[in-house]
Design a protein around this ligand. Structure first.
Ligand SMILES: [Zn+2]
Length: 329
């Protein structure tokens, strides 16, 4: 009988799903219902899985398990210690989802295998299975979005750390005093994400426009629209705007420094860069690589730095692989 695995990726606005056999058979999403402190999220996930399975004639016994990535620190592949975006405090995500699935599938006796993971870690695992990390055993994935997240995979397994907080690469304090423009959301000063996340790049660009007199399309853009985001800066830099390019160089310099620090500790086979900011592609990757090589310890200077390949599908892929990898052991 054919067996299936389901990968779930819970975000602040959308829950993504993937139904996998050997490959991805179907993907879909539902809005994240954050009402009532997020109490509806897991029941709605279970209902949605049941609906799709029923449509395809898949019964509960054909499902090997469900992996779920959540935006918070996860321990024992079960408990999350608070997901601010979802309204969750400490929660046994895997245990509760297993019960919700039993309710939705109306099968009291069926024990669903459910495993939870931090979403950035799940994305790293997904890239290891089917993306830019294929044929490697260990990698670190740096996700450049509103903040900077990190996922660590060692010997094919997610490395969570003692309190589920391994891979908080965005909060490595590595920015020189001269380039610090404010205090980080975590309360520290000089965190990597203050200058190299989407938010950081936009904030640093605004300061540069005030400080410098040089012509730039960014200046015109702010004058016309009153708005500037990281994509504007990256697009302008790519198109040859000198000031924008300078700002991207600065972000890349610190990304290179942060990644060199990670490599000094983990010595991974590969580094992958993903997330919205990495949409700038080779333009950004090449700069990060240049500054990484300058700052990395000599034995690790040749660590490949690549772009993630799965985009926003990395999370569901890794969540599914979390279940499969347990079967393979
Ligand atoms: Zn911080």
């Amino acid at each position: 009988m054919k067996k299936f695995v389901i990968g779930v990726d819970v975000g602040g606005t959308e829950v993504k799903f993937g139904l996998f056999a050997d490959t991805l058979l179907e993907k879909w999403s539902i809005p994240t219902n954050t009402k009532n402190m997020g109490t509806e999220i897991l029941p709605e996930i279970a209902d949605s899985i049941e609906k799709v399975c029923r449509k395809r004639g898949i019964d509960a016994t054909s499902i090997i398990g469900v992996g779920i990535g959540v935006p918070g620190p996860v321990t024992d592949s079960r408990h999350v210690q608070g997901c601010v975006n979802l309204g969750w405090g400490d929660k046994d995500v895997a245990g509760e989802l297993a019960i919700c699935l039993e309710n939705s599938f109306s099968c009291e006796s069926q024990r669903f295998l459910v495993r939870a993971a931090n979403d950035a870690n799940a994305a790293a695992l997904g890239e290891l299975w089917q993306g830019g990390g294929r044929q490697s055993k260990s990698l670190v994935m740096v996700t450049l979005g509103t903040g900077i997240g990190g996922g660590i995979v060692v010997d094919g397994k997610i490395f969570d750390g003692a309190w589920g907080s391994a891979g908080e690469i965005g909060h490595i304090c590595c920015v020189d005093e001269a380039d610090i423009i404010s205090t980080c959301s975590c309360g520290n000063r000089g965190c990597l994400e203050q200058i190299a996340s989407a938010t950081g790049i936009a904030a640093y660009a605004k300061v540069c426009l005030e400080k410098k007199t040089m012509d730039s399309v960014l200046r015109e853009l702010v004058r016309e629209t009153g708005h500037l985001d990281a994509k504007d800066v990256l697009d302008a830099g790519k198109a040859g705007d000198l000031l924008a390019d300078e700002i991207v160089e600065k972000a890349a310099f610190y990304l290179g420094r942060g990644i060199a620090a990670v490599c000094a500790v983990m010595n991974p086979e590969r580094i992958l860069i993903g997330g919205g900011v990495a949409g700038a592609g080779e333009y950004l990757r090449a700069k990060v690589e240049k500054y990484f090589r300058q700052q990395a310890f000599h034995t690790m200077k040749d660590t490949p730095i690549r772009l993630g390949e799965l985009g926003n599908q990395a999370g569901i892929t890794g969540a599914a692989y979390r279940i499969l990898s347990e079967m393979l052991l």
